[in-house]
Design a protein around this ligand. Structure first.
Ligand code: ADP
Length: 396
């Protein structure tokens, strides 16, 4: 079956058409600046990437252009819409309502809407994408795959904040976690690749991208993760602060004469390694280069990032009373050998030894710990689109 995977933002839409039998990507692309002017970038497998300007007043036009491109007589990859068996939608927040992926019906739409309060920038955009697809592909089954679902197995002690309990009851204030599709995919794949029995294993997944989070996966189930009510908690990220003393908010607001929205903007967009490097960059390639050229702020940013990752790994070893394997994934986890090396340097007490040669590798799954290392460490590229396609097929 061919599955169309859609990741819809407020003004952009990423898509992939995946053949679920071979798991090959048949075509992929991106619509940008929806509601402003609009452009479509489209690339069939083995073909050239082509970007064209197209008027996209709403997501419905954007999805129509995607369908047109996929079924185009020259560059298309299917003859008609009937060759698309299902659509899998990435949905950011499923609250406590959705602990797994679901086939979309009216009740599910209402449930996603009810979680919009918790993800006001994302869930409404996800809903717009689903409704536009339903309009253009009325007979095609659709599935919602939630970023939060994998973390719903966290125990109460891991998801409650030290806040008045009524806030949890009245406003659903608790830790949810994000990147769940990636943590689920990578933990399963790591167990497979490393020859572990998933149902009898302790795996820590470090999803280190522009947004970054860590999870503790015990016997295949998430027992803790570093992001919280929102994706701001946890690790130091590209531009996000991660954990900090909450009292800093009032202190900075007074000093900089900012309101709460102004402070939130700083914590989300001007902090992390970007802020630490004095606005040099949030991209680790730039930071590495600057550090090699003697930039002390870039060097400090990298150290702060790696130290925080190592501390989280240590705390998850405590949460699971041990660890069998650590998997690095996402843009930084898959590519920045220096980050992996610095993080693992803190973890010698676990009996981890790094294979420095293996750590220079790039590409598909590979092990970076030595044969005698007590904990296996691997680089496992994430593939959220494939994970969404698999979930979709399983449900339809
Ligand atoms: P997101 O999906 O959250 O935008 P990604 O997982 O795509 O993030 O990761 C993007 C980040 O990965 C970049 O900002 C950069 O910091 C890092 N990255 C990508 N390629 C490399 C590389 N070759 N070396 C070091 N870091 C890299």
């Amino acid at each position: 079956m061919n599955v169309l995977v859609i990741n819809c933002g407020s003004s952009s839409l990423k898509f992939q058409l995946i053949d679920s039998e071979s798991e090959n990507v048949l075509a992929k692309g991106l619509c940008e600046r929806i509601g402003i002017d609009g452009s479509l970038t489209y690339q069939p497998a083995g073909g050239e990437k082509v970007k064209s300007e197209k008027a996209m007043p709403t997501h419905t036009e954007a999805i129509q252009f995607v369908i047109d491109a996929l079924t185009d007589s020259e560059t298309g990859v299917v003859k008609s819409l009937s060759e698309i068996g299902a659509v899998g939608h990435r949905v950011v927040h499923g609250g406590e309502k959705f602990a797994s992926s679901v086939v979309i019906n009216d009740e599910v739409l209402a449930g996603i809407e009810a979680c919009s309060d918790l993800a006001p920038l994302h869930n409404p955009a996800n809903l717009i994408g689903i409704r536009a697809c339903q309009k253009l592909m009325p007979g095609t089954p659709m599935v919602a795959v939630f970023d939060t679902a994998f973390h719903q197995t966290m125990p109460e002690k891991a998801y409650l904040y030290g806040l008045p309990y009524e806030y949890y009851e009245k406003y659903a204030v608790r830790r949810y976690g994000f990147h769940g599709t990636s943590h689920s995919f990578v933990s399963k794949h790591a167990a497979d690749f490393l020859g572990l029995d998933l149902n009898n294993s302790k795996i820590i997944v470090a999803h280190l991208g522009n947004g970054a989070s860590i999870s503790a996966v015990l016997n295949g189930k998430c027992v803790d993760t570093s992001m919280g009510l929102t994706p701001l908690e946890g690790l130091v990220m590209g531009t996000r602060s991660g954990d900090m003393d909450p009292a800093i908010m009032e202190y900075i607001a007074k000093k900089e004469d900012l309101d709460i929205a102004g402070v939130m903007n700083v914590l989300n967009k001007k902090s992390g390694v970007y802020g630490l490097s004095k606005n040099l960059s949030s991209d680790f390639r730039d930071l590495e280069e600057a550090m090699e050229n003697g930039n002390k702020y870039a060097a400090a940013a990298l150290e702060v990032f790696c130290y925080r990752v190592a501390k989280y790994i240590g705390s998850y070893v405590a949460a699971m009373n041990g660890v069998d394997a650590i998997a690095f994934t996402a843009g930084i986890g898959e590519n920045a050998g220096i980050v992996r090396e610095k993080v693992l340097a803190y973890l010698g007490y676990l009996g981890i030894t790094l294979d420095a040669e293996a750590n220079k590798k790039r590409g598909e799954d590979f092990v970076i710990s030595t044969a005698d290392s007590k904990v296996k460490v691997a680089v496992i590229p994430t593939n959220e689109e494939l994970a969404i396609a698999r979930e979709t097929v399983a449900l339809v």
